[in-house]
Design a protein around this ligand. Structure first.
Ligand code: SAM
Length: 287
């Protein structure tokens, strides 16, 4: 396999030239091209199983819970009654796994563009793909951008768990997408989108937050830590139709018993509040 040098996989992406993350591979479980992208799954010596799309790491067994819990519970716990949730992307199943745990969520609709990612995740990444077994879930294969055009005032929360803005996800970072999401939300609805890292993609973070601010009366950026992502932190843009919302004050606070019952390993109400506290160079850039 060309992308492996002496069993080491080296991530490469035009979005962060000149630096790379690399890991040692024990076994190549899957390697091949779908209609949309290259899909690789590796078993590794230190990160467990790793999903890679078009040579970019999507999730590792060691740290995926940080991303999946935060992109799910930040918006869900800001909403007073998140009964119906839409997930765009998320083909590994990890976000569906987390959203299904929320006690107030009754229905989850998910639209993932690449059926092959779902198939491969069910075969090799069952620790995330278990999310597809939820009875709350209705799964569609299709483009999230197109899907959004046909839905109006339907969802309480929309979570966009997309890959980076190259390839099939490019439309999910446009202002028009935030406008379509706004139309698809019920009153007081909330959106939360993967929005890049503060170290490598501050321009992307700034533009994505700007689009969200243009469409929503309240918007903010929050972040979590995922060691296998370029530079470590990864962030989310979160927008609400409720102009008085306080994003850093969760409306639902889980007890320690809740956290254990829900198998939460990263999210708690303190880290929810802290996720919105930004370093100085970011705080004033995004002000
Ligand atoms: N946690 C990951 C990250 O930030 O690196 C994202 C993981 S998830 C596997 C991303 C998914 O978004 C992929 O399965 C990809 O196929 C899907 N996706 C990309 N563009 C999409 C679109 N336009 N509509 C729906 N799903 C899309």
């Amino acid at each position: 396999m060309d992308k492996l040098q002496n069993k080491w996989f080296k991530e490469s992406c035009e979005m962060w030239p000149g630096a790379t993350f690399t890991f040692e591979v024990k076994e190549v479980l899957q390697s091949g091209k779908s209609q949309y992208q290259n899909i690789d799954v590796f078993d590794t010596t230190s990160l467990g199983r790793v999903l890679v799309l078009d040579d970019i790491i999507q999730c590792t067994q060691k740290d995926e819970f940080s991303y999946q819990e935060m992109i799910s519970f930040l918006p869900l716990c800001c909403h007073k009654n998140p009964e119906k949730v839409l997930i765009v992307g998320g083909g590994d199943g990890g976000v569906a796994r987390e959203v299904a745990k929320h006690p107030k969520v009754k229905e989850i609709v998910q639209v993932e563009i690449d059926e092959k990612v779902i198939e491969v995740s069910k075969k090799y990444l069952q620790f995330m793909a278990v999310g597809f077994d939820s009875e709350k879930l209705e799964l569609h294969v299709g483009d999230g951008f197109e899907f959004m055009k046909n839905h109006s005032q339907e969802f309480d929360v929309i979570i966009t768990d997309s890959s980076d803005p190259i390839g099939p996800a490019v439309n999910l970072f446009l202002e028009n997408y935030f406008s379509l999401m706004k139309s698809a939300l019920k009153p007081n609805g909330i959106v939360c989108s993967q929005a890049g890292t503060i170290w490598n993609d501050l321009d992307l973070v700034t533009s994505t937050l700007g689009y969200c601010r243009n469409q929503f009366p309240a918007a903010a950026y929050a972040y979590t830590t995922v060691p296998a992502y370029p530079s470590g932190p990864i962030g989310f843009v979160i927008g609400s139709l409720d102009k008085n919302i306080k994003f850093d004050q969760p409306t639902l606070v889980f007890s320690r018993e809740d956290e254990k019952a829900m198998n939460l390993k990263y999210y708690n109400s303190d880290i929810h509040k802290a996720a919105f506290v930004l370093p100085t160079f970011v705080k004033y850039r995004l002000a």
